[in-house]
Write a protein that binds this ligand. Structure first.
Ligand SMILES: Cc1ncc(COP(=O)(O)O)c(C=O)c1O
Length: 423
């Protein structure tokens, strides 16, 4: 899949050898407005050409104020202050420090299967040994509970040991898991009862990916902190944001002595702020939130109808344009033997062969979920057209048909898999 890309525009990627690839991954939810949107490029050019202040560090950057105000207005609730950074992990690190500073408690609670980033603090909120092995010791006092389990949450929170419960509103890399509608309301009232902050990781789900500005808005809760990144700046400049309440902000920066207690050199850099302001403008001018809802509904329904007859497809789920196709081990002996051979080589191998086939035979870029190898992630740019959705559905159908009917699919794939493992 490592091809040489020459030009990328909207949902399409063009390679040096003349192929056109349809992007249904969006750089893991970075390219909500499509690749290289002209409005963002123009804003960046203008920012460079005006020769304004960049990283002077001793004044209040106006564009940062403007962006912070816009993000908080859209997030709503009690979120009124923003700390900017350059990556999702950096945002999660800030959320960890800020929640400890605010509550005076050491503990951090997280949900199994979540993905929060690979710096030491963020990694401490991911239980899977696949990510952790060799990097310990990580932060102490972190504990995992099952996602979407209110009783497990209450049992932990009752100890009053936890500063924060850090969780994705829809777990992306866990397999695009949407919680029951009541979960977050219950989580919010338990967090308030026991004095723990509810911190939402919206790094993948924010910026209208699932329809609303933040995915948690569909659950009607008012979190204490929200971490955003990825799609914020149109895929062109690294940026992240931690939105928080006044009270949390004051616990960190509450005196002159502590005014620079948590900072980052590139935090409010002019290019990132300009790119993010232009990205917000595009998302709203092009009504990409409603588009995510409408196109997502169409894509989910079409995938469900097209794939439901295949025994290796278990479910199609998700919200807006954050969808997942879950595969299942086949029941019939004819398919079970090659499938199990795949699983013995590597648990991700079956999914990777599907991804490879989509790419090679149909020119479609996708990936399986990082913490659930049996789920194909479906996350095109929100500007995806109806025609591109049709193209994707028939490509997935073609690959599934081949996997269910052709022994050549399995023998070629087994050969490829063995070679890949032995390289
Ligand atoms: C939900 C979520 N949180 C945090 C992160 C970490 O973001 P970054 O890779 O920008 O550090 C990711 C990255 O994929 C993510 O998906």
């Amino acid at each position: 899949m490592n091809v040489r890309y020459e030009r990328c525009s909207g949902s399409e990627l063009f390679t040096a050898d003349g192929r056109r690839i349809l992007d249904f991954l969006s750089g893991y939810c970075v390219h909500n407005i499509g690749h290289n949107h002209p409005t963002v490029i123009a804003a960046l050019r203008e920012e460079l050409e005006r020769e304004g202040p960049a990283m002077v560090q001793t004044h209040v950057a106006e564009s940062a104020g403007e962006l912070a105000e816009k993000l908080c207005l859209r997030a709503g609730g009690r979120l009124t202050k923003v700390f900017f950074g350059s990556s999702g992990s950096e945002g999660v690190e800030a959320a960890i420090k800020f929640s400890r500073a605010h509550t005076g408690r050491p503990g951090l609670l997280y949900a199994n299967g979540g993905f929060h980033g690979l710096t030491c603090g963020a990694l401490s909120l991911m239980g899977d040994s696949f990510w952790r092995d060799g990097f310990g010791p990580l932060l102490p006092e972190t504990e995992a509970i099952p996602f979407d389990d209110v009783d497990a949450l209450e049992r932990k929170l009752a100890s009053k040991h936890f500063a924060a419960f850090i969780v994705e509103p829809i777990q992306s890399e866990a397999g695009v898991l949407v919680p029951t509608p009541e979960y977050f309301r219950a989580a919010q009232s338990l967090c308030r009862r026991y004095g723990t902050l509810l911190v939402l990781d919206e790094v993948q789900t924010g910026m209208y990916r699932t329809g609303p500005f933040l995915a948690v808005q569909r659950f009607g809760v008012d979190p204490d902190m929200v971490v955003m990144a990825k799609a914020m700046s149109g895929g062109l400049v690294p940026v992240s944001a931690v939105l928080m309440t006044d009270a949390i902000y004051d616990s960190v920066y509450g005196s002159l002595r502590r005014a620079i207690i948590h900072t980052s050199t590139f935090s409010e850099n002019g290019l990132a702020m300009r790119a993010a302001l232009a990205t917000l403008e595009v998302l709203e001018a092009e009504k990409l939130g409603p588009r995510a809802t409408e196109a997502g509904e169409k894509l989910r329904t079409r995938l469900h109808e097209t794939l439901r007859g295949y025994e290796m497809v278990k479910a199609v789920r998700g919200e807006g344009l954050l969808l997942g196709v879950e595969f299942a081990a086949p029941r019939s002996l004819r398919l079970r033997i090659p499938f199990e051979a795949f699983m013995r080589i590597h648990p991700a191998m079956f999914g990777q062969i599907i991804v490879m086939r989509l790419f090679r035979d149909h020119g479609i870029l996708t990936q399986i979920c990082g913490n659930n190898f049996m789920v194909l992630k479906v996350a095109p740019p929100l500007v995806v057209t109806d025609g591109q959705i049709d193209e994707f559905v028939s490509a997935v159908e073609g690959v599934m048909e081949l996997a269910h009917s052709s022994s050549a699919f399995w023998s070629e794939a087994l050969g490829l898999a063995r070679r890949a493992i032995h390289v």
